[in-house]
Design a protein around this ligand. Structure first.
Ligand SMILES: [Zn+2]
Length: 396
């Protein structure tokens, strides 16, 4: 049985111990020690990391009642120097203790109960059994949680027999059998918990509520404590500084500056659309049918097909007696737009079908207007020839 130094003193970063067993399982090499300061993953808190005799510990898990320290290389039996990645552990303790305070405030002041806690690499959250939190409640909870932190209250732990627990009115019945570890913040919280916590609420530093979202009928609340909250604040400053510079507005007026910019963008897009329409009309005016066969033909390269279609409609409206074939080429691809003026005859689906047969392509349309495309293989002149012959046959 390994002595859990992380319970006796959660602030010990370095200890001397003894490797009593060294082995390998599916997860890798592991060592068992007579005592350890490494916390194994559990209760929502991730495992500690660090080194044992300068060998990296990449995971710590409780397996079959043993605390297995997974290391990159096998460790020999005997004396061992353990050293935690303290930054990581301290961060976990700050988030974890902050969660106790936050859940207690939500419960005591708004009767919102915490159903689960997640401490991730970047995000920390609790799930509350409430469908909605008002802005007023949100701000009040954050204020009260920070008041608890600033009151500098000791965080104490003790072990009690399972039978004694029911008299203590814990927020949640303990999930373990046998002796129960209680974590107590006087006047704020008493909870069954197997995690590690700093010794005082002041060590949480600060607690910042970040965001909330609907989750399984309840509400998930994201928050950050201590150094994480501090880093988040730093990120926000860098982002707003950049925006202040780019938008040339003070922080308080960034939203106004952004709205103005978006409004301007919408106005510009509208003008561009109108100007494009006028440009197309001007281009359409330059295209007229060959007087011998009333046919309008043109090849476009890399031009959006929607624009080619719009142009075809404008041109054919100007020349009601004409028929039209526009070909648009993009790399290996060829696309056709066939159109017929209001006074011209023939079903445009017939030449289109013949053109598509030459390209292994697909298309559709009606008697007046057809479009489609496929693979560009034959010389471009062949397509116009096929179109002209097809129209000649149709018009008799
Ligand atoms: Zn805890």
């Amino acid at each position: 049985m390994t002595t859990k130094i992380y319970y006796e003193n959660p602030e010990l970063k370095k200890i001397e111990a003894t490797v009593i067993h060294s082995d390998k399982d599916a997860a890798g090499y592991f060592a068992l020690l007579d005592k350890t300061c490494f916390y194994p993953e559990g209760g929502g808190q991730p495992a500690d990391a660090g080194i044992i005799n300068n060998v990296k510990v990449f995971d710590v898990q409780t397996v079959e009642g043993e605390i297995r320290h997974y290391t990159e290389q096998p460790l020999p039996l005997g004396a061992a120097s353990l050293e935690l990645d303290w930054e990581r552990r301290w961060d976990h303790m700050q988030q974890h203790a902050g969660q106790h305070v936050l859940s207690a405030v939500f419960d005591d002041h708004y009767n919102m109960k915490t159903s689960s806690f997640h401490l991730g690499f970047e995000r920390v959250s609790i799930d509350l059994d409430t469908p909605h939190i008002t802005k007023e409640q949100w701000l009040d909870v954050e204020k009260k949680a920070n008041e608890v932190i600033q009151r500098h209250i000791p965080i104490q732990t003790t072990w009690v027999a399972n039978e004694e627990v029911s008299a203590l009115k814990l927020r949640k019945p303990p999930a373990v059998e046998g002796p129960v570890r209680l974590v107590m913040i006087e006047g704020v919280d008493i909870n069954a918990c197997g995690g590690t916590h700093p010794l005082n609420t002041a060590d949480i530093g600060m607690l910042k509520l970040i965001s909330m979202e609907k989750s399984k009928g309840g509400t998930r609340v994201y928050f950050l404590c201590g150094k994480r909250a501090f880093h988040y604040f730093q990120q926000l400053i860098e982002t707003t500084d950049e925006l202040v510079r780019q938008l040339n507005a003070p922080i308080q007026e960034l939203n106004i500056a952004a709205s103005a910019l978006l409004q301007e963008k919408a106005g510009n897009e509208k003008s561009i659309k109108e100007l494009n329409g006028k440009l197309l009309e001007a281009e359409a005016a330059t295209l007229s049918p060959d007087p011998d066969n009333e046919t309008i033909e043109k090849v476009f390269e890399d031009r959006p097909i929607k624009e080619v279609q719009q142009l075809a409609k404008l041109v054919i409206a100007n020349h009601p007696k004409a028929v039209l074939l526009f070909v648009s080429v993009h790399q290996e691809e060829i696309r056709f737009v066939c159109a017929r003026g209001a006074s011209a005859t023939g079903d445009m689906r017939i030449p289109l079908k013949e053109l598509l047969a030459m390209t292994d392509g697909k298309g559709g349309g009606n008697a007046q207007f057809g479009q489609g495309g496929g693979i560009f293989a034959s010389p471009i002149e062949n397509f116009f020839e096929v179109f002209r012959n097809s129209m000649k046959n149709l018009q008799g």
